[in-house]
Structure formats: structure tokens, C-alpha cells
Write a protein of this length. Structure first.
Length: 556
């Protein structure tokens, strides 16, 4: 049943899963010793244990096997997300399943948003970052799959923090999928008292706005440090608080610890006021008055700062030509120093300046620079640095993730349209940074294209009718650009790997059969992306999944 449900929910494609034995789970938890329990809830207990020489969290269900299986399926689908608790495996040998997750060192949150372990009160900056990252995880849940998934149990108690206070959303046991061509599903109300959408409670209608309401309560819990079940009562009871028009004075409602941090800083006080206004918008009684989760996530992001022309002129020594690191005709990219940090300025968004005839954009620095047309790195004196195969594969995987985000996270897909190796910058750790969205277009799955000329060799031949698969074409044209010897042109998919791959990679791989198969799989994926018929190309999300599999086949 688990495999069938998994395949059905994954569009016909299964995910690898590690199956643990009952003996392993019993040994890891000392036969489910109560001293190992870190949380007890109605449907399950959570244990901290040692398994395979690493600390893990084991979630042992007490009843409702259907909920446990649902939790396994969605946890697996969400495990690639930074802000979702990663499922490592499960055990189905008990009467009720046991799930094995990565550890989250800081543990869970209390009902008032403090840490369970020592009642630590989190600083405002940390609370805001947690809220922003949770919004991103919920947006992914709502938008990244063929049908929206509603968590239904969003609360402070479904969040764990790792050692760096990065939030991990978990417990998808109550999650429900919206049927095709529907905006909601009718179901008996499920969730946590104090967080539940009143429309869902009274009308049995569950939609994406159900999670938005619950998330709004989470925001209020973070801001007020009060339990959810008394937040609403507190807001409506106190005559000093006028919830209806959103004009609540922040000093009458915010956690005193936050007010102490903020002090008299007017910008910080305005940030708190904006945070409160967003929370109140999320808990509007009428579902249509609430924002979509993606809009909540956008609002929580740090606003773009506007720089003056004088600042950018000073940062680049009046746009000194010696500071240019790339000039592709449409824009020039300069290295500069601003606010005591090295930055990149694209003259033509973390930040921007609009005082020139054409805007100048200020980005974070990417110290390793821009990839060349052949996928190598430019170095001093006009030389080049050839990247090892492991690094090239890692870059391809992360680039695919960025494009998947572009295609799936927003209310309408965004197409980059100008993918090429020179759109990629690398930071000190060779982490790729996708750039140059000047040609990007946002619309439905099919939109009429324009006649803009983009990078030669990367452009989809079937461009005039633009599909979400178009970026997949350019991405893997870029993949071939990274791996292939430029003397060869691949068209029939039967090319032997030795005749096409960069000799540097072949030298690294040697006679290793597994590594050679990895190269063959990479090439096969690239060729599937550049099929002439757009309907034969995979979606970007499937490309990203396949690259994860290819990387893991050799590199852990």
C-alpha cells in the first residue's frame, strides 16, 4: 500500500527509501525508553536516538496507519527542501510505522514560540527569519506539486530548529491534497486548537487559505509570545487594541523582549508594525481577504534598498573599466566595495540605483567569478581553471533547483529565457548563483515569445511557442557546455561517453564503471532536455530530481 500511494502521489515516479528493521529501531531507542522521548503528541511519540552512528529523531506512531503513510509520502517529497525535516527512512515491521528523521539539535518550539529544551526566548531577528523560511516551505507545499498540498496542522509545535536555528517543518500526517480543477476540498476539520481556520471549522472547507490562517496565528505567537489559544481572545478583549482596522499600537502587543531589542529605532518599530499587519491580514475571517502563501512569503523578505548614484560611483571608482568582470553588450558587471563589503554592480536584486539613465543593480559578491562559454573559470592573465567533475555536477544540480524554484514557486511560472554558462557566478565555495533575469518572462504555460536574440547555441529551436520546458532545454545545453569537448556535436543519443566528454573528466573517472555510468546518465539527461519536440522534454522539477539521483549514485 505504501509503494502504491507513493507512486500515485509522485506522478508515477517513486523515491528511494531506507527501510530499517524493528531490531534497529528498538536498539536505537533502548526499547522505546521514556528517557529518549523528546515530545509526546496524540498520534505519536518522538524519540532522540543514535542510528548508523548518527543522532536521529524517531517518530513512532501509536494509531492511524493511514496518517503515518501520508506523513512518509509527503516527508519524502519535501526532503529536498532546506526548511523541511529530512526523512531518512522508516520501519514498517511494527503494528504502527516508525519514521526516522534527521536530527534537529535545538529541538522544538513551545506553544508560546520559545524553545522547548530550556525555554530560551529567541531574539526578534531569529523569529523573523524563522517565519520567512517557514513561509517558503509552505509556499513550496502549495505550489511545487501537480496538486496543492495543504498541511492543515501548521502551528509552532510542527517546527523544529537545527543547531543554527534553521526551522524544519514536519508532521504531514494530516496533510490533504486539493482535487484536480478544484480550489478546496471538503473534509472534517483537523488541526491544532487556536490555529484552526474558523471557515474550515464551521463549513468543512479546506483550502490553501486554511494554512494561511494558521500561519498568521504562528506570526502572532512569535510577535506576542502568547499561546495561540489566547491570542485571538487577547486581541479582541483588550479595548486598547483595534483589530478591525489594523491600527494596533505595537508597544501594547509585542513581547517585551522584542521591544527591549528594538528600543527607539523607528525603522525596527515599523518592521514590527508591518509584521503585525501581515499577521492580521492572514487571520481575516473571510478566506478571500487573506493573501496567498506566496504573497506572505514575499512580504516577509527583507526589502530592497535603493542606493544613490554617488554611492555607486564611489564604490566603482566612477565605473573604472579596470573593475569590469563581464561585458556582454546588454550590461557591464563591475566589482566594487560598498558598506565595507565586496559587491557586484550590474550597470544597465538585492539592491538598485535608479538615478542613472539606465538602472544599476547591486548584488552580493561571487568571489570565484563568472563561468566562461566553455564552462571553465576565468583566472588572472586571461587563463582558465577547469572545474573537476564533482564540482560541475554539483553546479548543474543546484542550478536545476534554482530553475525549478523559478518555474514552480510563483503564482505564474517565470521563464529565464537566457540560460547559458555566463549567467552563472560562483562564490568562494563554488556555490552557483544564477543571474541576469532581464529576459525573463512570466505567464501561463504557453505564451507567445518575442524576437529578442539570446545566447547562441542555447536557444530552444521551438521558441515562438514558449513552454515551461524551455528552460530545461537551455539548462542542459549548458550541461553539455560544461561536460562536452567542443569538437563533438551530439544528435543521435548513441555517442560513446569516451568520444564526447572533456578529457579532464575522463582522466578523473578512469576505469571506474560506476563513475562512467554516472557520466552516461548525465549525458542521457542532457539529451532528453534538448529534444526538438518540446513535449518530449522533462519538466525542470524532474530534471532536478534526476540530477540529485545521479549525484548520489557516486557522491554522498
Amino acid at each position: 500500500m505504501l509503494l502504491e500511494d507513493l507512486i500515485a502521489s509522485c506522478d508515477g515516479k517513486s523515491h528511494p527509501i531506507r527501510c530499517y528493521s524493528a531490531t534497529e529501531i528498538i536498539r536505537a531507542t533502548n526499547n522505546f525508553d521514556r528517557s529518549c522521548i523528546i515530545d509526546e503528541l496524540v498520534q505519536f511519540n518522538m524519540y532522540r536516538a543514535i542510528l548508523d552512528h548518527r543522532t536521529v529523531i524517531i517518530k513512532k506512531y501509536r494509531h492511524r496507519v493511514d496518517k503515518a503513510i501520508r506523513d512518509i509520502i509527503i516527508s519524502m517529497q519535501m526532503s529536498t527542501r532546506k526548511n523541511s525535516l529530512k526523512l531518512l527512512g522508516c520501519c514498517l515491521e511494527f503494528e504502527m510505522p516508525a519514521l526516522v528523521f534527521e536530527n534537529a539539535g535545538k529541538g522544538g518550539l513551545n506553544f508560546d514560540g520559545s524553545l522547548v529544551a530550556d525555554n530560551e526566548l529567541l531574539p526578534w531577528k531569529t523569529r523573523l527569519r524563522i517565519a520567512k523560511q517557514l513561509a517558503s516551505a509552505l509556499t513550496f507545499l502549495h505550489t511545487a506539486f501537480p496538486r496543492p498540498i495543504i498541511h492543515r496542522c501548521v502551528s509552532s509545535c510542527c517546527v523544529l530548529l537545527d543547531d543554527d536555528y534553521v526551522p524544519k517543518l514536519f508532521d504531514f500526517s494530516l496533510s490533504i491534497t486539493i482535487p484536480p480543477d478544484q480550489l478546496y476540498v471538503e473534509d472534517f476539520p483537523r488541526g491544532t486548537v487556536g490555529y484552526m481556520d474558523p471557515t474550515y471549522q464551521t463549513q468543512y472547507i479546506c483550502s490553501e487559505k486554511t494554512d494561511v490562517y494558521s500561519f498568521g496565528v504562528v506570526l502572532l505567537v512569535f510577535l506576542m509570545r502568547r499561546k495561540a489559544r489566547i491570542v485571538r481572545e487577547y486581541l479582541t478583549r483588550d479595548p486598547k487594541l483595534n483589530v478591525s482596522d489594523g491600527q494596533i499600537q505595537i508597544e501594547t502587543i509585542a513581547d517585551p523582549k522584542i521591544l527591549g531589542e528594538v528600543g527607539g529605532d523607528e525603522q525596527a518599530q515599523q518592521q514590527l508594525q508591518d509584521f503585525l499587519a501581515l499577521a492580521l491580514l492572514c487571520i481575516q475571517e473571510k478566506t478571500e481577504a487573506r493573501p496567498d502563501m506566496i504573497d506572505v512569503a514575499k512580504e516577509l523578505r527583507i526589502p530592497i534598498r535603493s542606493y544613490s548614484a554617488a554611492e555607486l560611483v564611489r564604490a566603482t571608482n566612477n565605473f573604472d573599466l579596470s573593475r569590469i568582470i563581464q561585458d556582454d553588450g546588454d550590461c557591464q558587471i563591475f566589482n566594487g566595495v560598498l558598506d565595507n563589503r565586496t559587491i557586484i554592480i550590474r550597470k544597465y536584486i538585492i539592491r538598485c540605483c535608479l538615478e542613472f539613465p539606465l538602472p544599476a543593480l547591486v548584488h552580493e559578491n561571487a568571489a570565484k567569478g563568472v563561468l566562461r562559454d566553455d564552462g571553465s573559470l576565468s583566472v588572472a592573465n586571461g587563463g582558465q581553471s577547469l572545474l573537476p567533475w564533482k564540482t560541475r555536477l554539483h553546479i548543474a544540480k543546484q542550478l536545476a533547483n534554482a530553475l525549478t524554484y523559478l518555474h514552480t514557486t510563483f503564482s505564474r511560472p517565470i521563464f529565464h529565457r537566457n540560460l547559458r554558462s555566463t549567467c552563472i557566478l560562483l562564490d568562494d565555495d563554488y556555490v552557483p548563483k544564477l543571474s541576469n533575469f532581464s529576459f525573463s518572462i512570466r505567464d501561463q504555460s504557453h505564451v507567445k515569445g518575442d524576437n529578442k536574440i539570446r545566447a547562441s547555441g542555447y536557444t530552444d529551436p521551438d521558441y515562438l511557442v514558449l513552454l515551461t520546458r524551455r528552460d530545461a532545454y537551455s539548462n542542459q545545453a549548458g550541461g553539455l557546455d560544461i561536460t562536452a569537448n567542443p569538437k563533438f556535436h551530439v544528435s543521435d543519443g548513441q555517442t560513446q561517453i569516451q568520444t564526447i566528454v572533456d578529457p579532464k573528466i575522463l582522466q578523473e573517472v578512469g576505469a571506474d564503471g560506476h563513475a562512467q555510468q554516472q557520466l552516461q546518465d548525465f549525458l542521457a539527461l542532457a539529451l532528453s532536455c534538448i529534444q526538438n519536440q518540446t513535449e518530449e522534454r522533462p519538466k525542470m522539477i524532474d530534471v532536478a530530481k534526476e540530477l540529485v539521483r545521479i549525484e548520489k549514485s557516486i557522491f554522498p
